[in-house]
Design a protein around this ligand. Structure first.
Ligand code: PGA
Length: 259
């Protein structure tokens, strides 16, 4: 792996393509653009999470070291009779070195905190670095959301061996900002970065908290990337829609490179 934003001091940009684009030809075109931009903005770590069906073909043809690949999901068992599922070992074999676990769009389809807890050690065993997505569904006024996020984090990390905390990224993504027109303001993002770190320090200790990466996701775009990437204690961004648009992606990579 070439990356590890915190250790290298680089900011990470995780490009979550979700179920886009429709064909491999278009995926290859988007990959080629992203690869070229990654070569220009060398001071950013670039990770692409394409649809699983495109992963092997994209990774196979890539000889560079600037881009890494992530799966968007894995199953919590390593093999067996699980129709329609994909294992950590299979996506690693296809070229992924990361996996997004517990994305809000998976949670909306029924993935629970306990499922996330099972997937994290399975991904580590399969030599994938987990990007664990957490975030409240609604921002209530009496602070219930704080418990929701803290609980998601402590449950997700409960079975992580001490030596593996350095392989974990927590992606804080409030559900209400994913797919929304605007991201929360930078103060609010900073507060949540601190909450994530404090939660890890309280539950697992200061040393493990320091070795973990914490990133933000939800409505990151060309207009807000500079501000969001200048938030203290933030190691990068997880980008959905804007990662599909070369113009918007370039501005985000430039902001990460300059941060
Ligand atoms: P968005 O998605 O950037 O399109 O809001 C973010 C995400 O789901 O990770």
């Amino acid at each position: 792996m070439c990356g590890r934003g915190t250790i290298s001091g680089m900011k990470s940009v995780i490009c979550n393509w979700k179920m886009n684009p429709p064909t491999f030809t278009e995926a290859k075109r988007l990959f080629d653009v992203t690869k070229k931009l990654a070569a220009v903005y060398k001071n950013a770590e670039v990770v692409i999470a394409p649809p699983t069906i495109f992963l092997r073909e994209l990774a196979k043809g890539y000889r560079g070291t600037r881009v890494e690949f992530s799966a968007q999901n894995i199953f919590w068992e390593e093999s067996g009779s699980f129709t329609g599922e994909t294992s950590s070992i299979q996506v690693r074999d296809a070229g992924a070195t990361y996996v997004i676990i517990g994305h809000a769009e998976r949670r909306a389809l029924g993935i629970t905190d306990e499922n996330v807890q099972h997937k994290v050690p399975v991904s580590l065993k399969g030599k994938l670095d987990p990007i664990v997505a957490v975030g409240e569904r609604v921002r209530d006024t009496h602070g219930e959301y704080v418990h929701e996020v803290r609980n998601q984090i402590t449950t997700a990390l409960a079975n992580v061996p001490a030596s593996k905390f350095k392989n974990i990224t927590i992606a804080y993504e409030p559900v209400w900002s994913i797919g929304a027109p605007e991201a929360p303001d930078t103060n609010s993002v900073h507060q949540m970065m601190l909450l994530v770190r404090k939660t890890i320090a309280d539950a697992f200790g200061e040393k493990k908290m320091k070795s973990i990466r914490v990133i933000y996701g939800g409505a990151v775009n060309n207009e807000n990337a500079k501000d969001i990437l200048s938030v203290p204690d933030l190691d990068g961004v997880l980008v959905g829609r804007a990662s599909l648009d070369p113009y918007r992606l370039e501005a985000i990579l430039q902001a990460a490179h300059d941060a």
